[in-house]
Structures are given as C-alpha cells and as structure tokens.
Design a binder for this molecule. Structure first.
Ligand SMILES: [Zn+2]
Length: 275
C-alpha cells in the first residue's frame, strides 16, 4: 500500500503529509470517519514514512521496500505497535469476543513500552484502532500519557465515533477527518438510464438523469463505483471480484485520462473489459 492507494481521501492524506513536511510531529493525532475508508491504512502509512530506512528523515511516505516499511504493516516492527481488540485479546487473553472495550491494562502496557528507548526506529508510534472502545478508565490513563507525551512518540487514534471519546482526550488530539466516499452509481444503473434515454428518455426521473457522454459525468460515476467496491473489499477481503473490479475501473479512468471517448469507456467497463 501507499498513500496514493487510499481512495477518495486526498484531503486527509494532504493534511498528514503537511504534518510530515512541517516536522511538527508528536503528541496525538485522531483519524476520524466512517468504517472501512482507510483510516488504519493511513496510520500505518504515516508510521512507515516516519521510520522508513531507505528515504530517511523528512520522507513524505515510506519506500515500501525497506525492512521497516515491510514489517510495520505486519505488526512485527518493534517501535510501531498496532493496538486493537485483536492485539488486546493476544495480550490479555480471553478471545476477541471478550474485547468489546479497550481496557486500562492495554493502555498501561503501551505506556510502559513507550518509556523504553526505541529499538530501531526514529519514532515510536502507537496506533489505537477503534479508540471509541476505550473504557473511561483507559481513556483517563491515556490522557495522562498525552499530557506529557514521551519524546519522539506519536499516538494515532482512529475512530468512527469521536463523540464516544472523553472530551479531554479529544482536546489533546489534532483531528483529521476522513470523509464518506461519494455515493456510488452502479454502472448497471447508468446503462439503464442510457437505454432509456436512447429509447425516448421518458422513463428516467430527472434527478437521476445523467449525460453519459460527458467526461466529467463518467469520471464521477467511476470514482463513486470505485469507492463502493473498495469499501466492500476492505470490509471483506475474501471477495475475489473486488481487486478485479478495482483494476477494471482504474483502467477505465486511465483511458478517460488518455482522452478515450467516455461513452466507449463506459461500454467497455460494462462488457467487463480491461480486467
Ligand atoms: Zn522504507
């Protein structure tokens, strides 16, 4: 993965890279927004940028090839801890079904770990995925750490429900909003409208009518569909058709960029071309 592959979150990625560029890093960031749109991935990418061995300090993203970049996403890099209910289950035991809340023991463990000197990285990063699950006790414990964060340490909290966090914790975080992906218009729906238009147009309600020939219109539809397919695939990576359809839509967008006729591009996608 890379920042470029996080679809539809250009603004959030820009903000993250501005932070990297400014060098004012440290304390806590809160990535907020709906589930399945790239918050956790962005946090991992940020941790890679901060610790990439190939590109060194000041990188705006990780190289993706060095040993740090390879280990960080797998959760086996000693200075970047990814903490969520799964990690808590491993750490505290009891199976994932018992981990509905993130408990104070987990936060204490992070705190102990952050006080140790970093082993290899330039930055110690603790990613708390699903921070809305922190119990009030755990939240207060986290607050104490955030009040005096250890040097060269960054907390990244992700949440779909910022209002469930303690206001005192929220006030300590620099917040970055990840937005809802544009509502998707399935290609099949466009096809239906297209057909209706060709046969007289009377059956298409005006609010859903589009101009299939317009480059902008087709682009919008493809981006919307891409967001939808990607979102589904992030939620359930066993869906085999996800990557295929993503490839097909990216191919179509590329054709559009290279000035292919929008109508023909859509037709090709409908026929399953470019996959
Ligand atoms: Zn790297």
């Amino acid at each position: 993965m890379s920042f470029k592959e996080i679809i539809g979150q250009e603004r959030a990625v820009r903000q993250i890279q501005q932070i990297l560029r400014s060098g004012r890093i440290g304390g806590a960031l809160l990535f907020e927004g709906p589930e399945g749109i790239g918050k956790r991935t962005a946090a991992v990418e940020l941790a890679k940028a901060l610790n990439c061995m190939e590109l060194g300090p000041g990188a705006l993203e990780g190289c993706g090839r060095c040993s740090a970049c390879e280990r960080i996403p797998k959760g086996v890099y000693p200075d970047v801890r990814i903490l969520d209910d799964v990690a808590q289950a491993q750490f505290l035991g009891g199976g994932t079904e018992k981990q509905r809340n993130l408990r104070i023991e987990l936060v204490r463990e992070i705190s102990r770990e952050l006080e140790r000197k970093s082993l290899e990285g330039r930055w110690k990063v603790a990613l708390l995925d699903g921070a809305e699950k922190l119990t009030p006790e755990a939240g207060n414990c986290l607050l104490k750490i955030l009040e005096e964060p250890p040097a060269k340490t960054l907390f990244i909290l992700t949440t779909s429900s910022p209002l469930k966090l303690l206001p005192t914790v929220l006030s300590r975080c620099q917040r970055i909003a990840f937005r809802h992906l544009a509502p998707a218009v399935p290609v099949a729906e466009l096809h239906r409208q297209d057909q209706a238009r060709l046969s007289g147009g009377g059956t298409v309600p005006s609010e859903t009518r589009m101009e299939p020939e317009s480059r902008e219109g087709v682009e919008k539809i493809l981006w919307g569909r891409l967001g939808e397919v990607y979102g589904d695939w992030v939620k359930d990576r066993s869906r085999r058709e996800g990557p295929e359809e993503i490839r097909r839509i990216l191919w179509a967008l590329d054709c559009l960029k290279r000035n292919a006729h929008p109508g023909m591009v859509l037709e090709a996608v409908r026929q399953g071309g470019g996959g």
